[in-house]
Structure formats: structure tokens, C-alpha cells
Design a binder for this molecule. Structure first.
Ligand code: 5GP
Ligand code: 5GP
Ligand code: 5GP
Length: 223
């Protein structure tokens, strides 16, 4: 059989920027409120809490436990608001078949973080708590980085704003020069740490291998 995967080293809270993500889904999910102008919050929403290894790889699908939405029924309000699926397709689960975005994230990543975050309910609750505690959108807005379809912002300025607030270096993922994801990383006790692995503490590391150009946009929704 498959070798048991060793326990992960740290957490990666992957956030997505709906204004960028929805540029590719807006037209294929007319019933998805999240991808429509005025309903859509101009905030980073949750993609997932991902356990990672220091070498840049990660474990996935660690147990046979499948997702059961009933276990998180008391969390549905905040999950719908802050962890919406912005995509039209149904992702595959770890054990065949198709399921929800939440089910995909729990089975693929949540089962591997279980040594720290516990059962399904606690995985989602912990992720929400970390997301609320480290409010990236607020930090960026307060530093003047507000959603705009015309402005471009220096990547280094955005990274510095996060570093100053949380004393750790995030990782940004861009698509066509726009921020699509922002990853915040944490030790297993949820103290912030740098996302870049390896021994170098040079800020060059952050920029090499980034999918972002030096000036990036934070698109507002198209109406
Ligand atoms: P993509 O190819 O879009 O970057 O990532 C595809 C999927 O691979 C993600 O949705 C996520 O499940 C997984 N993935 C990508 N990068 C990372 C990472 O740095 N850590 C972990 N744990 N998973 C990742
Ligand atoms: P690639 O050939 O692009 O490295 O990866 C192929 C597939 O394996 C993709 O679905 C990617 O998300 C996944 N993958 C890449 N690296 C890792 C890893 O370290 N751990 C796991 N579980 N999947 C990975
Ligand atoms: P990951 O990249 O975490 O392995 O996979 C994400 C899966 O969930 C993909 O199959 C993607 O189509 C689906 N999905 C559903 N809603 C969303 C969403 O809002 N954002 C992202 N990134 N993927 C989503």
C-alpha cells in the first residue's frame, strides 16, 4: 500500500482574491452570487488551510475520512461568507467522485493537518479563527491598498505592509498581473512565520519564483 505520509512542518493559510479569481468564472456561474458585482465582498476569502513541508512539498489525502457537511452545520454562516466557492465546477474528492470545495479542502488538506487541528469541525473552526485574527484585507486597506480597476501597487509595498503587521513574509500568487492568492504561514502553534522555505532570509527569495510582477493590481469587481 501507500506509505504513510510524515507529519507536516507548518501551516499555509491560502487566501483568494475574488476580484481576480472571478475574472475567469464570472461568465460560467451565473447562479454563483460570489462572482457577481454588488453581492461580492471586497475581501480576501479563504481557499484553505494547508499543511506544508519545509522543502516546498506537501502531504495530501492523509486519511480515509470523507467530508460530512453535517459536522460543520453550526459554521455554515461564516463559511458561506468567508469561505465561498467561487468556481462553477465540482472538485474531485480524495476517494473518487465529486464534492464541494469545503469537502475537497478537508479531505485533501484537513486530514493531513488533523494531528494539530483535530476533526473536521475543528479544522474549519480553527481556519476561521486564524483568518479572523490575521485580517489581511484590513491591513492592506489601512496601508492604502484598496481594490481598484485602475491602480497598480508595488509588490514590495504590499509585502511590507503584511510584514509590518504580522512580522512574517507572505507569498503572493498573481494571474495576469493581478493578485489571485495571498498565503500566510504559521508554525504549528499558529504563530506567524515566513512562507518561503529554506535557510536564506534574504528578501530576494520572495521575489524570485513569484508569479507577480513588481507592480500588481487588486481588481475591484466588474459590475
Ligand atoms: P496550483 O497548481 O493551482 O498552484 O495548485 C493546485 C493545488 O495544489 C492547490 O489547490 C492546492 O491544493 C495544492 N497546492 C498548491 N500549492 C500548494 C502549497 O504550497 N501547499 C500545499 N499544501 N498545497 C498546495
Ligand atoms: P507537478 O507535476 O506539477 O509537480 O504536480 C503534478 C500534480 O501533483 C499536481 O496536481 C500537483 O498539485 C501535485 N503535487 C505537486 N507537488 C506536490 C506535493 O509536494 N505533494 C502533493 N501531494 N502533490 C503535489
Ligand atoms: P486545490 O487547488 O485546493 O487542490 O483545488 C481546488 C479545487 O476546488 C479545484 O478543483 C477547483 O476547481 C475547486 N474550487 C471550487 N471552488 C473554488 C474556489 O473558490 N477557489 C479555488 N481555488 N478552487 C475552487
Amino acid at each position: 500500500g501507500r506509505p504513510r505520509q510524515r507529519e507536516f512542518d507548518y501551516f499555509n493559510l491560502a487566501l483568494q482574491w475574488p476580484g481576480t479569481y472571478c475574472q475567469r468564472t464570472r461568465y460560467c456561474c451565473p447562479n454563483n452570487a460570489c462572482c457577481r458585482g454588488s453581492n461580492s465582498p471586497a475581501v480576501f476569502t479563504i481557499h484553505g488551510l494547508w499543511p506544508d513541508y519545509n522543502d516546498g512539498s506537501w502531504p495530501a489525502c492523509c486519511t480515509k475520512k470523507s467530508f460530512d457537511e453535517k459536522e460543520i452545520s453550526t459554521l455554515l454562516d461564516p463559511l458561506e461568507k468567508y469561505w465561498p466557492s467561487l468556481s462553477c465546477g465540482k472538485p474531485s474528492s480524495c476517494h473518487g467522485g465529486k464534492g464541494s470545495f469545503w469537502g475537497h479542502e478537508w479531505e485533501k488538506h484537513g486530514t493531513c493537518s488533523a494531528p494539530v487541528t483535530g476533526d473536521e469541525y475543528n479544522y474549519f473552526l480553527t481556519t476561521l479563527n486564524v483568518y479572523f485574527k490575521y485580517n489581511v484585507t484590513k491591513v492592506l486597506n489601512e496601508a492604502g491598498y484598496v481594490p481598484s480597476n485602475t491602480e497598480k501597487y508595488p509588490l514590495g509595498g504590499i509585502v511590507s505592509a503584511i510584514q509590518n503587521a504580522f512580522h512574517a513574509t507572505p507569498k503572493l500568487v498573481c494571474r495576469n498581473g493581478a493578485v489571485e492568492e495571498l498565503h500566510l504561514c504559521f508554525y504549528k502553534d499558529f504563530k506567524p512565520r515566513d512562507c518561503a522555505g529554506g535557510s536564506s532570509s534574504s528578501s530576494d527569495m520572495l521575489f524570485s519564483g513569484s508569479s507577480c510582477p513588481n507592480y500588481i493590481s487588486l481588481p475591484a469587481y466588474a459590475s
